[in-house]
Ligand binder design. Sequence first.
Ligand SMILES: [Zn+2]
Length: 398
Amino acid sequence: MARSSKKKGFSRLLLIAGLVVCLLAGAAAGAAGQVFALRPEGYYIPPTETFTPEASAGEGYEASVITSYELSIHFLELGNKYTGDCTLVKVGDTEVLIDAGSTTGSIPTIAAYLGQYVEGALDYVIVTHAHEDHYAGFATGEGTDSLFDLFDCDTVITFSQTTSGKEDQRMYRNFERELREEEENGATVYTAAECVRGENGASPVFDLGNGVELQILDSYYYYNRASSENDHSVCAMVNQGEGESAKHYLFTGDLEEDGEEYLVEMNDLPQVDLYKAGHHGSKTSSTNVLLNVIRPEIVCVCCCTGSPEYTKTNENQFPTQEFIDRVAPYTDKVYATSLCVDYSKGAYTSLNGNIAVCANAAGAPVVYASDNTTLLKDTAWFGENRRMPEAWQAEAAA
Ligand SMILES: [Zn+2]
């Protein structure tokens, strides 16, 4: 039974968000013609209102356009220079939120975006693993609203394992407290392992309506401790329609090589229409073992492109050269959310921006983005920082 009220903190937050939008609009007008804008960290509201549907397919980004589809999958910009994941799946008035990174500073940005799409309670929340860039939005300290405080959540599906010593970390303790409070407020909480095994009322498949289902995939590291937190990631498939024309959308969190091998072994994975690039396009994920099976049509990377947050080595910055080389034989439809401008100054901008992959039961998915739908290989960043893989060269020549 869906609860229908948004929590009181949200209206206060919308008011603050509105004020910030006004301030930013003024600043943007003054800086017209500049390529990059310096946005105050944590308080950048993606400019969804300013984008109108263009005649050219795929560019429009009004909520009304996006919600006219039976299914939409949104990869969010997070309002700061840090890489992180936050994905919204919307099917009619049913919503699934997968992760809420990159930092607790992303919460106003995420909440403002969700406010445009979430009707009533958030029906499902998946927390893939206990890393800040995925669960910070659920793990605030006391006195600060988390997304659990701002939205009622009906069903929360969490990771089944963590690496050792997690309970010594403040953010993890915050997450446990916030989750317990949400449960006390009426949310049903399952681990991914409980879902796969159908234990305690959980189920491996949840009906989202419109002929769309959320399937929790099985993974070895739901039951065994991995050395890397990433391999504990909850993996999920959204399936739309049935039979030959069915479409499939895959989310593997930050699963790495080891986890991907088990994922392929333990699940009967189909060819997928959309793959959220594992681990932000890291070289340790999206291995050939997985790609050979899923053969993705569209790949979305949630990252601050070219950021030195994790490494100074250019070709290992997200999305990495190795990731690009492995994905290229399957598709050139690769998109990424944000672009790092000057990490030391906290400056970033949109690469594609918020990305929404939309689909009806009939027909192929359409990609919309709040800034543009330029393919990764055609961006200035790619030209300056990446080698064109052979598969993409051949395509350019053809
Ligand atoms: Zn991550």
